[in-house]
Design a protein around this ligand. Structure first.
Ligand SMILES: O=C(O)CCC(=O)C(=O)O
Ligand SMILES: [Fe+2]
Length: 339
């Protein structure tokens, strides 16, 4: 726990190092390495390579597999190793170092920024607000938003979901008592909590804290569900948004983000396959979208607020994003990637 909070306090250092790593990536590309070689170098280092784990992980920095006690030394050591490797032009040094590292997912955060293909900044040029739609049709969605990188907020997009009255902290607590610790096989994002697994978070947050009683610590966490029994239960209470094309296949992986008023997810970019929708079932949450570094000169950051009943759609692989929950109800949001 101590190490985890130390990691949190180092976010500024992390940002500095990320900038250095971006510069490193640019130098490596300039020096003749291509994106493929960079990605291979880093992916080969992962014990999970070949298993598809890389593609499934969403947020490298706070992923389930993080070993927080290693992340501070890694951040520092990695900067050193990469700098030396760059100076001597020895990329194998990087590969060897990564092979031995036990802090895979923390490293993944940086490696994503280093090897992420550069974005085509046309997608965000001139954009300085989220697009707002009501009654968004499947045709308009497909034409304007599905793969354009343009984020859209669909006001009152939730139609007749019992999730709006059923989902609560207590509901999820009850749901996951049935699964036991098997629920922890999927990803958990500790964000603004001291827990390392979903079941610890659900069991460790008292009723008083869950309902934001005065003097209680704020909390916020997220997880993906890969338990089929839970999926069945959840899907009784929501459907895929109407604006998704009829041939959209269901993705089995639901993502849930839940927490009290205060900070939500810290600024990050994802490495998932596709853009995602997210429905605000309870509370009010503001999203901050920030263009990736290569687009900073032509694109802008902006915020937008998702109210209870709204559905947003954004390519979380293309925009850095963070969230903040407004005072009032706890925030509960559910979503998935489009197929
Ligand atoms: O809802 C949140 O707080 C963060 C969600 C997120 O990071 C995502 O969907 O990629
Ligand atoms: Fe994300």
């Amino acid at each position: 726990m101590e190490a985890a909070s130390t990691c949190g306090k180092r976010l500024e250092q992390v940002k500095k190092l990320t900038d250095q790593l971006i510069a490193l990536r640019k130098s490596a590309l300039k020096g003749g390495m291509n994106h493929e070689q960079l990605r291979e170098t880093l992916e080969e280092s992962s014990p999970a390579s070949g298993t598809g784990t890389f593609a499934v992980l969403r947020h490298g920095f706070v992923g389930r597999r993080t070993n927080p006690s290693h992340c501070v030394h890694l951040i520092v050591a990695l900067g050193g190793v990469l700098s030396v490797a760059l100076l001597v032009g020895n990329y194998e040094l990087v590969r060897d170092y990564i092979r031995r590292t036990p802090c895979l997912v923390d490293f993944g955060y940086f490696s994503d920024e280093i090897v992420r293909p550069l974005l085509d900044c046309e997608m965000c040029r001139k954009l300085n607000a989220v697009a707002i739609e009501r009654n968004l049709s499947q045709e308009t969605f497909a034409e304007k938003y599905a793969y354009s990188g343009i984020p859209v907020l669909v006001k009152e997009g939730i139609v007749n979901w019992s999730a709006m009255s059923v989902f609560s902290f207590k509901y999820f607590q009850g749901l996951y008592t049935l699964t036991g610790r098997r629920a922890n096989l999927c990803q958990f994002f500790a964000y603004n909590t001291e827990f390392t697994t979903l079941t610890d978070a659900l069991n460790g947050i008292s009723d008083e804290r869950a309902s934001c009683q005065p003097g209680e610590k704020p909390w916020y966490f997220g997880w993906s569900n890969c338990h089929s029994g839970v999926e069945k239960q959840l899907r009784k209470h929501f459907q895929l948004p109407d604006f998704l094309p009829a041939n959209t296949e269901d993705t089995p992986m639901d993502w849930i983000f839940m927490g009290s008023p205060g900070p939500g997810a810290p600024l990050h970019i994802d490495t998932v396959e596709r853009p995602s929708w997210q429905a605000q079932v309870s509370g009010r949450k503001t999203w901050q979208l920030v263009p990736s570094p290569e687009c900073e000169a032509v694109c802008h950051s902006f915020n937008f607020t998702v109210e209870k009943g709204d559905i947003m759609f954004v390519d979380t692989n293309a925009w850095y994003h963070s969230t903040f929950v407004h005072p009032g109800e706890i925030s509960i949001a559910i979503g998935s990637e489009i197929v």
